[in-house]
Design a binder for this molecule. Structure first.
Ligand code: ADP
Ligand code: MG
Length: 249
C-alpha cells in the first residue's frame, strides 16, 4: 500500500453498555500529523471510541489497537499517556483554584514525567507550552480568572508537555464564540504542522470541512466510512451521519 503508515489503527472495536451496543465492530485509523474529524449524531459512539483509545474503557475481546509500531488489545490511561496520546475532555478536567502554570504542569507534579516540581521550572514549562501554541497568558493567575476559551488553551498546553503525538478533542468548540473557534482552529493547524495528529469531534459541519484532511463517520455505533475531506459537502456528511438522503439543489 502507498502513502504514509498510520500512527494509530484500530480494528474490531466492540463496546456494549448494558443492552446498548455503543460500538459495533468499528475500524478507525489516524495518520501522523493529520487533522481527522470524527463525525456522527449524538449517541453514535464518538466519545466511547475516544475513551477506548485513551484507556478509559476496555473494548470487548478481539480488539486490535496498533499504535506507533506496537500492538495492544486495550490501552490503559497510563500506557496511552506514556505513548503520547492525550485528550482534551469536554469538561477540560482542570483546577480553577490553581494557577495556569500549575494546571499546565500538573502531570509533572504527579510524577508522570521526570521533571523538577519547583514553581519556577513549572512556570517555564507552562510558558513554553503556551508559546508553542502562539498564546501568552499570565501563568501566575488562578485559572478561574480566565474564560472558557483560554481554559481550553491551557488544557491543550497541558496535553503538549507530555510529548504528545496524538491529541483528541471531544467537541472543543461546543461553547466557543466564532472568533474563539477561529483561534482554536488556528491552534489545531499549528499542532498539525508541528507533526501532532489531531482527532477533532464536532457537530458543526462547516468547521469539520474547514479543518480536517479526512473524516470518519459513525452512525448508531457502526462505522459508515473514512473519507478524504476534499470534495465533501455538508449535505453529504449529513446524509452519511443520518443515513437519510436529501434533495440536492
Ligand atoms: P457520542 O459521543 O457520539 O454522542 P457516546 O459515545 O457518548 O456518543 O455514546 C454512545 C452510546 O453509548 C449512547 O447510546 C450512550 O447513551 C451510550 N453510553 C455511553 N457511555 C455510557 C455509559 N457509561 N453507560 C451506559 N451507556 C453509555
Ligand atoms: Mg460525545
Amino acid at each position: 500500500e502507498d502513502g504514509p503508515k498510520p500512527l494509530l489503527s484500530l480494528r474490531n472495536i466492540n463496546m456494549t453498555f448494558g443492552g446498548v451496543k455503543a460500538l459495533k465492530n468499528v475500524s478507525f485509523d489516524v495518520l501522523p500529523g493529520e487533522v481527522h474529524c470524527l463525525a456522527g449524531e449524538n449517541g453514535s459512539g464518538k466519545s466511547t471510541l475516544i475513551k477506548i483509545i485513551t484507556g478509559v474503557y476496555r473494548p470487548q475481546s478481539g480488539a486490535v489497537i496498533e499504535y506507533d509500531g506496537q500492538t495492544y488489545s486495550h490501552m490503559s490511561p497510563v500506557t496511552a499517556q506514556a505513548a503520547g496520546i492525550q485528550v482534551i475532555w469536554q469538561d477540560l478536567a482542570l483546577f480553577p483554584e490553581m494557577t495556569v502554570a500549575e494546571n499546565i504542569a500538573f502531570q509533572t507534579v504527579l510524577g508522570r514525567w521526570p521533571r523538577p516540581v519547583n514553581y519556577n521550572s513549572m512556570r517555564e514549562t507552562a510558558v513554553r507550552a503556551l508559546a508553542r501554541l502562539g498564546v501568552a497568558l499570565d501563568v501566575d493567575l488562578p485559572l478561574k480568572e480566565y474564560a472558557i476559551a483560554q481554559r481550553q488553551i491551557v488544557a491543550i498546553a497541558r496535553a503538549l508537555i507530555g510529548d504528545a503525538k496524538l491529541v483528541f478533542m471531544d467537541e472543543p468548540t461546543a461553547s466557543l464564540t466564532q472568533s474563539e473557534t477561529d483561534r482554536l482552529i488556528g491552534i489545531v493547524r499549528t499542532l498539525s504542522a508541528s507533526g501532532v495528529a489531531v482527532v477533532f469531534v464536532s457537530h458543526r459541519l462547516a468547521e469539520v470541512l474547514e479543518i480536517s484532511s479526512r473524516l470518519t463517520v459513525l452512525r448508531d455505533g457502526a462505522l459508515v466510512g473514512i473519507y478524504p475531506a476534499t470534495g465533501m459537502t455538508q449535505s453529504r456528511i449529513t446524509e452519511l451521519m443520518t443515513g437519510k438522503t436529501f434533495d440536492q439543489a
